[in-house]
Design a protein around this ligand. Structure first.
Ligand code: ADE
Length: 226
């Protein structure tokens, strides 16, 4: 998968791709990530990327011209499956969206800033608008990092033990069950006996039960209505 990220703050975004799972995906050649600084696509001397909004009101708006130049250059080089805009008024990211996006070959992620982008950018180029939750960030960069992490770890070959993404929370519509490691007793607190017995069908049934209980307690909205 190729990911092109368009941003006014590339330095805010780089470190997540230089550590952990995303670095592993890049090092293995499964994912390539390319940062495009919008300021390099300006045609004015001040490298200005934003301006006041028509009609008045607080906050700057990212201008269409540099975004058009950047996206048009990329689109002339290859086909993109999605051109995503990170914005709090987009569709909320969830596991099913991440699963779908992990199957794509080339995606562009445009990070908003200030009051956002000129609406004509959204009308003309954007195929998907994504929010990472109902709160407002200073820009789309941290949202883009979250989105990319959620996608990249699902691409086959990225995680060492491929089944581990399958047992994550949400993959079966439930939260994940509790997990334990050594020691079996810590300050008097015991690991559930069933996990130590080696009866795998029983362990599986216990895990399913716990996943269900945890979901019912913390996120009942995930369960189908009765
Ligand atoms: N930009 C600002 N807030 C955001 C959010 N919640 N999700 C995605 N991009 C954003």
């Amino acid at each position: 998968m190729r990911i092109d990220i368009i941003t006014v703050l590339p330095e805010l975004l780089k470190s997540p791709f230089e550590a952990s799972i995303m670095k592993r995906a890049v090092d293995k050649g499964i994912v390539s990530v390319h940062f495009h600084n919008l300021r390099e696509y300006t045609s004015n001397n001040y490298k200005q990327v934003d301006d006041y909004q028509f009609g008045g009101g607080a906050g700057m708006v990212l201008m269409i011209e540099p975004i058009d130049k950047c996206i048009s250059k990329l689109r002339a080089e290859r086909h993109y499956d999605e051109i995503i805009y990170m914005t709090p008024d987009g569709e909320t990211l969830n596991q099913s969206m991440a699963n779908g996006l992990s199957l794509k070959k080339n995606i562009i992620v445009l990070c908003g800033h200030y009051k956002g982008v000129d609406q004509r950018v959204r009308d003309l180029f954007i195929t998907k608008e994504v929010s990472i939750g109902d709160y407002v960030l200073s820009g789309g960069e941290l949202g883009a990092a979250v989105l990319c992490d959620a996608i990249v770890r699902l691409i086959p070959g990225v995680l060492n033990n491929e089944t581990s993404a399958l047992t994550d929370s949400f993959q079966d519509g439930l939260l994940a069950p509790p997990v334990y490691t050594r020691p079996a007793t810590y300050k008097g607190m015991e690991v559930p006996k069933i996990l130590l017995g080696g009866n795998f069908p029983k362990i599986e049934a216990w895990r399913e039960q716990k996943a269900y209980e945890r979901t019912r307690e913390i996120r009942p909205d995930l369960l189908p209505e009765k």
